[in-house]
Every structure is written in C-alpha cells, then in structure tokens.
Design a protein around this ligand. Structure first.
Ligand code: XMP
Length: 507
C-alpha cells in the first residue's frame, strides 16, 4: 500500500505548493478539500492543515472536528491551520495590529524540537497573516518566535501536533524544506518510497484490477499527458486499449504523420482519423475566437464518438487529466464544477466509465513517469499545444491557405529554437498570424503581405508566464529566414507581453 500524507485544503493559494514540496521529498500526498478526510484510508501517515483566506472568527470560516484526527495522526497546521488548532483547543487568536506580510527571522527557537532540527540561527521565514495567536492553549508550548510574533511555531506538549504561523512551503522560507522534511520523514516516518517506478508499478496493477477484460478507448492529442496515459494503459491491458488520434487540420506542419509514427513505434494500437475537411467546412468564415473553440470542441466530440462506436465492447474512456485540471474541477466544498476536462460531455453521451490514471500527478511528475516508461525524449519534452491548435493563432477566419502559411512560419521558428538549443529553455513557443497587411519591399518589388508575431514564454505551470528573453541574434535570424522563405509574410514581430495581464495564446 502506498503510504501518503493528506493535506487538508482550507483554501490557501499556497496549498498546491505544500503538495509539491512533500512530493519532492519522494513522499506521496493528496490534497483534499478540508471536509473530505478519508477516515477509513489505512495508508495515511500524517496530516497537514493548510492556510486559508478566512480568519477563524469569520462566519464562513472552514472548520473540521479536530478531535476526529487529533492523537490518531501526526498533524502540522500552517498559518490558518495553526490558528485553527490553537483556537479550537482553547487558545486566543486576535486580529494583528498590522497585517503581517513578508520576511521575518526566527529570533529564538528550540533547536532540539523534532520539527526544527537543522533549522539555522536567525533563519528567514515568510509571513502572510492578518490574525495572530496571542495566547496558546493550555499544555501547548511555543517553540519559535520572531521579533513581532511570539507564537510563530508551537507544539502540543508530548503530542505529535504542531502549528507554524509562517509558510514553510514558499521559497522565501529558507529552511522550509528542512522543516517539512522533519515532519514528513522523522515525525510521520515516511519511507520516501514514491518514485516514478513505484508509481508505474502500482498504477499498472490497479489498472489491471479496475479494467479486467474490458475495452478502453483513449483520445490522443500528441501531447505529453495523453501519450503517457496511453503507454501506461498499454502496459497494463495491451490490446484491450484503442487510441484515437484526430487530425483537425490545425496541427503543426507534419505533426500528424510524425506523432502517428511515434505512437506506432511505442506499440500502441492507434487509429488516426483525418477529419480536416470537416473541420475546415465547419470553420469557414468564422473569426470569433469563442465560436472557433466551440466548433472545434464539438467537431472533435463528433468524430471521436463516431469512431468509438465502431469499436465493440468499449466500457471505459481514458483521459490524460492531470492534477492541476482536477484542482480546477474540485471546488473546496467538494462540488464537481467540470468533470470532463479533455473531452467534455462524452462520457455522459456514451455511457462510458472514466479512467484517469494521471489525475494525481503534476506535469513534471508526468514527464518523469514518461521517461521511466522509456518514452522518447522529444515526445516527453514537447511544449504544450492547445487543443484548438493553430485555429486560435490565426486571428481571422481559417482557410487552408492561412493555415499553410502559419505552419511554414511555425516550423522555421520551432526548428530554429531546437537548433539554437533554446527549445528546452522555454515553456512554450509558437507563432501568431496577424490580420494585418503591410507594405514591404523585396528586391525591386513592392509587397503587401501579412505580419506574424513570434511568442515564447517561460513558466512553471502556465498560470503565470514571462516573455522569454531570446537572444537578438536568434530573433534576427528567424526574421530573415521567415521573410525569405514564406511567401505571404513580410513583417516579423516578437511578443514581449507577460501573463498576466496578457495570456499565452492570443485568442
Ligand atoms: P492561456 O492562453 O490561457 O493558456 O494563457 C494557458 C495554457 O493553456 C493552453 N491552452 C489550451 N489548451 N485547449 C487546450 O488544450 C485550449 O482550448 C487551450 N487554450 C489555451 C495554452 O497553450 C497554454 O499552454
């Protein structure tokens, strides 16, 4: 059984970061809404209570029955989690005179407390709170203070129950990882057994059990998540898996053929469906971004549905949903907001059961699993590419001709990034075809052609992104190559907008 830490989410923006830090300690963890603790799960070795946007006195504040978990598991409360523990155990939490936000230093602390082992003198911590714990409950003791916050960290005497007012999960807390490691390894006794190999072994065994002799259908997109899902399933159930890869005609140059070859090389049973004519017909004359997305979404479902119906005895629909998708889907109250992230509506219509073996992994973990499955590097390290494809990078109505122009420009740019060793330094890159005609001169000829914008961003999760500071020499070479080789383009610009306030895609 895979031992795990449970992080109960009270709504803080840094809850996901706590999860990342615990996983980095090779310890499996799950983030659950604060009121969804799995009381009958025997594999839980410890609990972390997250921060929250609420004060413990807010009417809407999220609460749990601490007595149901206290004494049964080691517990660490962070920020609101610490205030909550203190509050329900009889301590006093009061609004701080000034909201405390930013750096502080642990001026005094108990070096020999198990939670603080290895934490350095004057260690910097990151604070972000409006309330302060002004009095600890009886039988609790303070184990660390900062200049302004006397109860910065505390423990219930002789109990595996701690609270810290600061945020050990954020980068600016110098010894935060050490503190979490002390909790996860020394206190909870994690054997640090989570690794891509152990994940594969457990998941393959579970999939075999879950699926039995049934048949599974999977929509492949060419992206990392669906590809890793396919290879995992293939390992578990072999020929019982059929993958469908739909070409909507809006992929990158040669992408359909290249990806099909990769998939076949992996031994997958893939059915490639060229539906580009249907998509072009449905998109004719449409320039509104949202309409384009809806048409493509529906078109994809129709093709997938039609193809899947041709297969006999399919009971499961597999999807490459990953953890950030689930987080968006699950509100903190446990209500499912959008359950079918990749192919919305299909399972309902087709009466299939969902199989999402990667739903608890982050993107970088998915990549590690991909490598452990011996999948080729170019497939695993690919940049994200949006489902609607080049349609949302052409800021006008789609025609086969403007798709061809964009494919040519994009191909030069992406190959250039690879040749210059820049591809792996950026999160994502692509080109936008602008609905602008401008005058240029080539030889003695006047040209009146289109402009393109090159885009490359750095990011860790696509939630925020910065424009990549690509070398001028590289940009100059790209501009030259593009204008010389792609008929129809006579201006090249580089997009220097960050997200927010811009987004990565233009539509
Ligand atoms: P934005 O443009 O919102 O994009 O900053 C964030 C990330 O999501 C990708 N993206 C999509 N992916 N279907 C997808 O599968 C879509 O409709 C879609 N729209 C944006 C985008 O490429 C970036 O990685």
């Amino acid at each position: 059984m895979q031992e795990k830490i449970i992080i109960l989410d009270f709504g803080s923006q840094t809850t996901q970061l706590i999860g990342r830090r615990v996983r980095e300690l090779n310890t499996y963890c799950e983030i659950l809404p604060y009121n969804k603790f799995p009381h009958d799960d025997k594999s839980v070795i410890g609990i972390i209570l997250s921060g929250s946007p609420f004060s413990v006195y807010d009417e809407k504040a999220f609460t749990i029955k601490l007595e149901e978990i206290r004494g049964k598991y080691p517990i660490l409360g962070i920020c609101y989690g610490a205030q909550f523990i203190s509050h329900v155990c009889g301590g006093k939490v009061e609004p701080a005179n000034t909201r405390e936000y930013g750096r502080a230093n642990l001026s005094t602390f108990q070096h020999n407390n198990p939670l603080l082992k290895g934490v350095k003198e004057n260690s910097q911590v990151w604070m972000s709170h409006g309330d302060s714990i002004t009095q600890l409950p009886d039988n609790f003791e303070v184990i660390a203070s900062t200049e302004k916050v006397s109860n910065a960290a505390f423990q219930a005497k002789n109990e595996a129950l701690w609270g810290v007012q600061f945020h050990p999960e954020v980068f600016h807390t110098e010894d935060g990882t050490q503190l979490l490691q002390n909790f996860v390894e020394d206190v909870c006794g994690s054997k640090q057994s989570w690794s891509p190999d152990s994940f594969i072994e457990n998941t393959v065994a579970e999939l075999k059990k879950q699926i039995g002799n049934d048949h599974v259908v999977l929509g492949l997109s060419g992206g990392v998540d669906s590809s890793v899902t396919a290879v995992l399933l293939h390992r578990a159930i072999g020929k019982q898996l059929t993958c469908i890869f739909v070409d909507h005609g809006l992929l990158r140059k040669n992408e359909f053929a290249d990806v099909m070859r990769d998939y076949e090389g992996l031994g997958l049973n893939v059915k490639g469906v060229d539906a580009s004519e249907d998509f072009f017909a449905a998109l004719a004359g449409v320039s509104d971004p949202e309409k384009k997305r809806k048409i493509i979404g529906k078109g994809f479902i129709d093709v997938f549905d039609r193809e899947a119906k041709k297969l006999k005895g399919v009971k499961w629909l597999a999807q490459g949903t990953i953890y950030p998708d689930c987080i968006e889907s699950l509100s903190i109250t446990g209500t499912v907001i959008k359950s079918h992230h990749n192919v919305g509506g299909l399972p309902d219509k087709m009466k299939l059961q969902l199989c999402e073996p990667l739903r608890l992994l982050f993107k970088d973990e998915v990549r590690k699993v991909g490598y452990a499955l011996d999948m080729p590097k170019h497939l695993i390290s690919r940049h994200p590419f949006p489902g609607p494809g080049l349609a949302i990078r052409i800021l006008e109505a789609i025609t086969p001709e403007n798709v061809r122009i964009l494919q040519e420009v994009d191909d030069i740019y992406i190959k250039g990034l690879r040749e210059w060793g820049l591809y792996d330094q950026v999160w994502q890159a692509g080109v936008i075809l602008l609905p602008v005609r401008s005058v240029g001169v080539m030889g003695d000829e006047r040209t009146y052609e289109q402009a393109v914008a090159l885009r490359a961003v750095t990011s860790t999760d696509a939630m925020t992104a910065d424009w990549a500071h690509l070398p001028y020499d590289f940009l100059a070479k790209m501009s030259n190559d593009i204008i010389n080789h792609v008929k129809g383009v006579n201006h090249v610009t580089y997009d220097i907008s960050s997200k927010p306030p811009a987004t990565i895609e233009w539509e």
